[in-house]
Design a protein around this ligand. Structure first.
Ligand code: AP5
Length: 214
């Protein structure tokens, strides 16, 4: 099964995708994580992407597609987190026969998004996502799973969060209509805490979500 998670920054795409990976065996592909890795490794692609990411803007399609193609196994079960971000990226999936079976639109209020993103902390070693209030680590600044140091993303500063939300409304929100027209869209209320939202997601995925491992 191939799933696309749609939703604004902070909707919980990464959190839910990681749960689907751990509990159901999906491969979690986050274009944001892949681009941040390129930036960290100081590659030529990373240096170009950084200029857009630090301002909260979308990275040009050609760069994102390049990084996606390197990391996606089109024949396996995957959950795409952060791709597509516009209609031309959605068409690229169709043209390459790697289109998803279902697109999930995560619905969440702006006020919740801002509080989630400003409290987000991520493990620098294994990528586990925490929140200072909603999902705190047992020991401050340290990952429960691997002991790695937690960090705050540079684009989780308030002014960049606002820009990312604006870009989402302008460039990505129309994907909801795009997948609805193709009868692939399902909606999940993502305002509740993570386990409750995950439960709703599995319910919406129906038999395909239930029958995999766990
Ligand atoms: P990307 O990394 O994809 O960021 P994003 O879409 O802005 O989404 P986030 O990762 O911020 O949020 P999320 O929905 O995953 O939330 P999370 O689960 O972490 O992209 C970053 C940048 O890369 C873009 O701005 C762009 O420049 C570039 N880029 C990436 N893909 C691109 C593409 N395809 N085209 C062009 N450019 C691209 O949760 C957030 C916080 O809330 C966490 O602290 C978590 O613990 C907490 N939380 C989550 N769910 C819940 C819940 N249900 N209850 C309580 N707390 C929760």
């Amino acid at each position: 099964m191939k799933i696309i998670l749609l939703g604004p920054p902070g909707a919980g795409k990464g959190t839910l995708a990681k749960l689907l990976e751990e509990r159901k065996g999906f491969s979690h592909i986050s274009t944001g994580d892949l681009l941040r890795k390129e930036v960290k490794e100081n590659t030529a692609l990373g240096a170009k992407a950084k200029k857009f990411m630090e301002k909260g803007l979308l990275v040009p399609d050609s760069l994102v597609v390049e990084v996606l193609k390197k990391n996606l196994n089109p024949n396996g079960s995957f959950v795409l987190d952060g791709f597509p971000r516009n209609i031309s990226q959605a068409k690229m999936l169709e043209e390459n026969n790697i289109d998803a079976d279902t697109a999930i639109s995560l619905k969440v209020k702006d006020a919740i998004v801002i509080s989630r993103l400003s409290g987000r902390r991520i493990c620098s070693k294994c990528g586990k996502i925490y929140h200072l209030v909603n999902m705190p680590p047992k020991k401050e600044g340290v990952c429960d799973v691997c002991g790695g140091a937690l960090f705050q993303r540079e684009d989780d500063r308030e002014e960049v969060i606002k820009k990312r939300l604006e870009v989402y409304r302008k460039e990505s929100e129309e994907l909801i209509g795009y997948y609805a027209e193709r009868s692939k869209l399902k909606e999940v209320d993502a305002n509740a805490e993570a386990e409750e939202t995950y439960r709703k997601l599995i319910e919406v995925l129906g038999e395909d979500g239930k029958k995999r491992k766990n």
